[in-house]
Design a protein around this ligand. Structure first.
Ligand SMILES: C[S@@+](CC[C@H](N)C(=O)[O-])C[C@H]1O[C@@H](n2cnc3c(N)ncnc32)[C@H](O)[C@@H]1O
Length: 345
């Protein structure tokens, strides 16, 4: 199934940029600890159009240049071939004028494949991307997102797939990191109270339940078939901190055997910027449009792949209307897990 963010990704995802900004302290720590050498390769896995990370890479490149003024720096932006890689190339190119005039490259491949040569990456980074599964663990019968489904069997299947995928991602990264290299992942997650993106413990409505309600409504009205309804699964998974750390605590796992080690981890909550703005300006129309667009940016492909563009468009038209009708019931709060790792020197 093709995954693709909607075009204009970074303009529609203020929250994702705030999540990246919240990890910038650890990104700077990572590059500070790199061994001194004459060349460093830095890579951003699942970068989308690269716009949300421009500020982060400004800081990281400047910091590394200050620490190691003689080192040449190469920044690679990675995303799927279906991504807007022209926009990604343009956003990476914004870094070229700053000393030491880094080389910038686009890698239009899946992060479930090797991206670069073994032992070549000094600093790997990824934000809000590695929750997408590599394949379907089977259908959901009563929901569009497994975490909101209450389906224990599906939860088991999705957890197993998510752990298999995460171990495979870490194995690939552990091969391409150079000894002494650092990896920082910033991923959508579940916290100790079971909260996750769009589910803030009941303060406001569960966004995944609302998306499902609209999708179920389209099936009940026979706008989509029952088969299309069942195919409308959002194929991602928000792991717990324990699940993120599991391959690094298992001495027999492939990433561990390749020398990848856990340095630190934390869970960070980022409040919905659209809701925060509505709290002060009360502009309901702008809130409904902005919040709908940010939810659409990551969920649209799931509905369009299942039932076509017109059905997907109907979802977001109804979503915007629902937000506008009861704005105080809505917010898209982020729960993100930060995991700092190193490859043994
Ligand atoms: C929500 S966006 C995050 C973009 C950016 N990192 C940020 O934090 O704003 C998720 C990105 O992950 C990409 N992605 C999903 N699966 C991928 C894969 N297997 N390989 C590379 N990129 C992938 C999507 O195409 C999308 O651009």
């Amino acid at each position: 199934m093709a995954i693709a963010m909607t075009t204009g990704y970074s303009a529609q995802t203020e929250g994702a940029r705030l999540c990246i900004d919240a990890a910038s302290d650890w990104a700077l720590t990572c590059v500070e600890q790199l061994p001194h050498q004459n060349h460093h390769v830095l890579i951003d896995y699942g970068a989308a159009d690269g716009g949300t990370a421009v500020g982060l890479w400004n800081q990281v490149l400047d910091h590394l240049h200050t620490q190691q003024p003689n080192a040449h720096l190469t920044l690679i932006g990675n995303d799927l071939p279906s991504n807007d890689n022209i926009a990604l190339a343009a956003n990476l190119a914004l870094q070229i004028p700053r000393p030491p005039k880094p080389t910038v490259l686009v890698s239009a491949r899946s992060f479930y494949e090797p991206s670069v040569a073994p032992n070549s990456v000094s600093f790997g980074f990824s934000a809000t991307a590695m929750h997408w599964l590599s394949e379907s663990p089977g259908p959901l019968h009563n929901h569009t997102h497994v975490l909101a489904s209450g389906d224990a069997d599906a939860m088991q299947r999705f957890t197993a797939q998510a752990l298999k995928d995460w171990t495979a991602i870490l194995e690939l990264r552990s091969r391409e990191l150079q000894p002494g290299g650092r990896l920082l992942t910033v991923n959508l997650s579940r916290d100790s109270e079971g909260r996750y993106l769009g589910h803030n413990g009941g303060e406001t409505r569960n966004v995944h339940d609302e998306l499902h309600r609209i999708w179920r409504g389209l099936a009940d009205e026979e706008v989509i078939s029952e088969e299309q309804y069942r195919n409308g699964t959002i194929l991602n998974f928000y792991k717990s901190p324990e699940e993120f750390m599991a391959p690094l605590k298992d001495a027999s796992s492939a990433p561990y055997r390749n020398g990848l080690r856990l340095v630190d981890e934390r869970t960070v909550h980022v409040r919905c910027p659209y809701r925060q703005r509505w709290n002060t300006d009360g502009d309901t129309a702008a809130f409904a449009t902005g919040l709908m667009a940010t939810i659409r940016s990551w969920s649209r492909h799931s509905f369009a792949n299942a039932a076509g563009d017109a059905a997907a468009d109907a979802v977001y038209q109804r979503l915007e209307q629902r937000i506008a009708e009861a704005p105080s019931d809505w917010s898209l709060d982020y729960v993100e897990h930060h995991q700092m790792m190193e490859k043994l020197a």
